[in-house]
Design a protein around this ligand. Structure first.
Ligand code: CTP
Length: 397
């Protein structure tokens, strides 16, 4: 999704600089042309050669280095850059950025750049909480910077608190969100459900399914990256909560029904990617159910079909998307669900086909609408998500 993008990675002097090497490698793997600019202090923490080996580009450090081809390197860099991310960003460089101070290669280039800018502050908690730093961060936000909130945890100075640079995966998420897609969903409210639901039997046991939540999370992230206002209603999964959206955690099918009922009216597009339990125990035992000799029968009752209820109440202008997870007759069953649930699109997939289904990172979707079906090849779930959203936008034209 970032293929061909030109990114400047600014690295200032903090212990978290080693994590920037991971970010750098991830960006290169995504197909970006990455140019790294280090402050002089950063040289104490990581060597320019590390970034040069990862990017294949020269790492720049000093404006007054006359050994390279352009004497105005900072301006030529700035012209061809899609995004600049400074990670880690020390209190010192944040202060310089906020006040337009340009006294080295990094600060000069940043000042000459009018592309989107992200900073990942990393510093001691007291420095982060200092009103001067708080003011500088506010100033940068006002100038359009995206400032990633530091994580809490053990800091290099030996104390615990807020100030750790977020993990490289979070930084990559920020880059993808900002530059990967056109903002063709701006102004749309999108409600996505994801993951399994969990039906409790007693305080220690429950019924659930193998859904990992990866497909629904990919759809929610793709919609947010395309500028939509996204709410993600998620069953219990092992994935980190995505940024740039309202995340509503739920447990049971009934919780999910209520969370969606509360939000459906305001939504332009609703995508039910969750694997909602069709049955739930008739009663919940407050105490652990003790074993007994002989057979044990569990009495289950039907849950409400959320997608069907949404289809019955669909308002004009609202687009309703369901998934069909099947083990046989994938397309035929998907076509039946399109009609029985009054959906506008059903994304049918197989639970058993190699590379498809619940837990992996790929899927093969067939997009079914009343106009016909589109069979997508095996793709990453991220790509599937974008193809699905392309189809949704075509339907809304
Ligand atoms: N769904 C729902 N509420 C339920 C069950 C399913 O909203 N109680 C939604 C799913 O989120 C999905 C679609 O309905 O978008 C189809 O789900 P699936 O499990 O494939 O089918 P079911 O409708 O449950 O039918 P069956 O189990 O008979 O295949």
């Amino acid at each position: 999704m970032l293929k061909g993008k030109s990114i400047i990675l600014g690295v200032s002097g903090g212990i978290a600089a080693y994590k920037s090497a991971y970010l750098c490698s991830m960006l290169v793997k995504q197909g970006c042309d990455v140019n790294v600019i280090m402050t002089e202090n950063a040289l104490n923490f990581i060597a320019p050669a590390t970034f040069e080996a990862l990017t294949g580009n020269r790492t720049l450090t000093d404006t007054f280095d006359r050994n390279h081809e352009f004497s105005t390197e900072h301006v030529s860099q700035a012209d061809r850059t899609d995004l600049i991310i400074v990670a880690p960003a020390t209190a010192n460089v944040l202060a310089k950025f906020a006040h337009g101070i340009a006294d080295d290669m990094l600060t000069t280039t940043v000042l000459a750049c009018d592309c989107p800018k992200i900073a990942a502050p990393a510093m001691n908690t007291r420095m982060y909480d200092n009103p001067v730093t708080i003011d500088n961060i506010e100033k940068l936000k006002h100038y359009g910077w995206e400032i990633l909130e530091p994580d809490s945890g053990r800091l290099a100075c030996g104390t615990n608190g807020k100030g750790r640079m977020p993990e490289p995966e979070r930084l990559l998420e920020a880059v993808i969100h900002t530059v990967s897609a056109s903002k063709d969903m701006a102004g749309l409210k999108v409600l996505v459900s994801a993951g399994p639901t969990r039906e409790d039997l007693d305080p220690v046991r429950f019924i659930t399914n193998h859904s990992s939540g990866k497909m629904g999370y990919a759809v929610a992230k793709a919609a947010a990256a395309r500028g939509a206002d996204v709410t993600l209603v998620t069953g219990p999964v092992k994935l980190p909560a995505p940024a740039y959206m309202d995340v509503v955690p739920v447990v049971s099918a009934n919780d999910m029904y209520n969370a969606i009922a509360d939000r459906e009216e305001n939504s332009d597009i609703i995508i039910m990617a969750a694997a909602v339990a069709d049955y739930t125990p008739v009663s919940y035992s407050e105490n652990k159910i003790k074993k007994q000799d002989g057979e044990f029968n569990l009495e289950l009752e039907r849950t409400d079909d959320i997608l069907k209820a949404l289809g019955e109440n669909k308002r004009s202008g609202q687009t309703l998307v369901g998934f069909a997870m099947e083990t046989e007759n994938v397309v035929e069953n998907g076509e039946k669900k399109l009609i029985s649930k009054n959906a506008d699109l059903i994304a049918a997939n197989s639970a058993t086909e190699e590379g498809s289904g619940f837990s992996g990172d790929t899927n093969r979707l067939t997009l079914i609408t009343s106009d016909g079906k589109e069979e997508l090849p095996l793709l990453s779930k991220d790509k599937c998500a974008h193809k699905l959203l392309d189809a949704v936008l075509r339907l809304r034209k």
